[in-house]
Ligand binder design. Structure first.
Ligand code: NAP
Length: 350
């Protein structure tokens, strides 16, 4: 049965904190759970690792009462309301499907999966099961990004015509590093390019009418750097660049007919945006800094969204809907294929 917005498909989580289970107790899980610690809307209940010792150590450090030495055990725990899935991207698909099957709500780290078909399977399963699923695209929930979206919607820069974003780090080649390892979904696009592409998708909406891609691969064939040019049906466009070879500044901007909004580095978790208005003339009339810092390290806002959605009985976030995730995955896959890179989901991730 597909959930309808008016009848929640599950009992909303009200009058108590959401009980979280973490799968994949690595670096990002530690940061995100650090932010959860200060939040009244949720608490860490359980942690699962492929190693019981690692799970116990993470549980001790982050105050989880329960730990498991396998992901299956956590998914079978009736006291877990929502799973935060923080394995490498190639290990998202199988775990996400198992979590949905177990009736768990789910926050899936970016990139959502390594293939568009894999993402579609997770989305279809979630919609059929009536559980909440969201990609952990924390950028969308940054207060400064929320202000930018309000300014754009209010016409502060006139009609938006184009957009750009870049994100890059110089990461020395090491085939065992998650960022370079194809067995973990390595490559620039899925790890870093997902942010510029999601930025273009947020501003331009939908999927591109056409996409051009330029880039290069590394010594083991994974994508090392690329630029995508996204064109819409009505002629608007966006440019997104990512790199594991160059330390790009991490800037973004939205350009309109009456000015532009600049997002200083790093745009994927900014504490401010700068609005430049021309008022339709040739030169800038006013420049205004709009400061809106994040709480904690910036992950509390996406967690808040999950808590809010579960209390309201929603199956998708209105701010980061699954169709947007699918659109981003379609662009990432098209770009990867253009560079000759083909990923597959890890069937043995659980
Ligand atoms: N939102 C953000 O700001 C942000 C930042 C960094 C990363 N991320 C995303 O978070 C995910 C994890 O990144 P991370 O940097 O935290 O990675 P990480 O430190 O390597 O942690 C990933 C964990 O996943 C588990 N795992 C399961 N299958 C694995 C496999 N086949 N190979 C390696 N580890 C495996 C491991 O835990 P056990 O073996 O203990 O189960 C490992 O500790 C990625 O999808 C990444 O894109 C998001």
């Amino acid at each position: 049965m597909t959930a309808s917005p008016s009848t929640p498909a599950y009992a909303p989580v009200v009058d108590r904190p959401v009980r979280w289970g973490v799968v994949g107790a690595g670096r990002i899980a530690a940061k995100v759970m650090g932010d959860l610690a200060g939040m009244p809307g949720g608490r860490l209940h359980a942690v699962a690792s492929r190693s019981a010792d690692r799970a116990r150590a993470f549980a001790d450090e982050h105050g989880a009462p329960v730990s498991y030495g396998s992901y299956d055990e956590l998914l079978a725990d009736p006291d877990v309301d929502a799973v935060y899935l923080a394995t490498p991207h190639r290990q998202h698909h199988a775990v996400a499907l198992a979590a949905v099957e177990a009736g768990k709500h789910l926050l899936v780290e970016k990139a959502f999966t390594v293939t568009h078909a894999g993402a579609q399977q997770v989305v279809d399963a979630a919609r059929a099961r009536g559980v909440f699923v969201m990609e952990a695209m924390w950028t969308r929930f940054q207060p400064a990004v929320g202000r930018l979206r309000e300014l754009v919607a209010d016409g502060a820069v006139g009609e938006v015509r184009s957009v750009r974003a870049d994100l890059g780090l110089r990461v020395p080649f090491d085939p065992s590093d998650r960022l370079w390892d194809p067995a973990q979904g390595g490559g620039a696009l899925l790890d870093l390019g997902v942010y510029p592409v999601a930025w273009l998708q947020m501003v331009l909406g939908g999927t591109p009418a056409s996409l051009e891609v330029a880039g290069a691969t590394g010594p083991n064939g994974v994508d090392a750097e690329s630029t995508v040019l996204w064109r819409t049906e009505d002629g608007r466009h966006g440019v997104g660049t990512c790199s594991l070879l160059s330390p790009l500044p991490g800037q973004a901007a939205v350009f309109g007919t009456e000015g532009w909004i600049e997002v200083p580095p790093r745009f994927h978790h900014p504490d401010r945006v700068v609005l430049h208005r021309t008022g339709g003339g040739r030169s800038v009339e006013t420049s205004e800094e709009v400061v809106a810092p994040a709480t904690g390290t910036g992950y509390s806002h996406e967690l808040d969204e999950v808590h809010r959605c579960l209390a309201a009985g929603l199956t998708e976030s209105p701010t980061m809907p699954l169709d947007d995730t699918l659109a981003v995955m379609a662009v990432l896959e098209q770009a990867l294929h253009a560079l000759g890179v083909h990923h597959d989901e890890d069937p043995a991730a659980i």
